[in-house]
Design a protein around this ligand. Structure first.
Ligand code: FES
Length: 123
């Protein structure tokens, strides 16, 4: 299993729901604004920005049954694992939080790169 560390973690309490924000480090590129939420007792890391106006979605209402988070700005329902938020599993390991990268050739690479396609890279 390939893992990418999520650095600069901050824990948040959003209406009693624990969430984390941080920066995923992928292939030496620091990608900002990763949000980690819990869905059915599993952690899911997504881009912390909506695709419409680049609004932070940290405080959005989470619908775990549908796998959707609402943009707090105008309520658009964004699938956690859709092309906009690029949801991927996350895990705690040795006290650190990691994005889980699998080894499938096409779509995971696309999703992973999408996490970095917001103009928020640091090189
Ligand atoms: S402002 Fe976030 S989806 Fe429209």
């Amino acid at each position: 299993m390939r893992l990418a560390p999520i650095l600069h973690l901050t824990e948040h309490d959003v209406r009693g729901d624990r969430r984390w924000t941080g920066r995923a480090v992928l292939a030496g590129v620091i990608c900002r604004d990763v949000l980690v939420v819990t869905v059915e007792e599993k952690l899911v890391a997504v881009r912390n920005r909506c695709p419409h106006r680049d609004v932070e979605i940290l405080s959005g209402r989470l619908d775990t049954a549908e796998g959707i988070i609402e943009c707090p700005s105008h309520g658009a329902r964004l699938p956690l694992k859709g092309v906009d938020l690029c949801g991927r599993p996350a895990i705690w390991q040795d006290g650190a939080l990691y994005l889980v990268l699998d080894d499938e050739p096409a779509s995971p690479a696309t999703n992973t790169e999408s996490l970095c396609q917001t103009g928020q890279r640091e090189v």
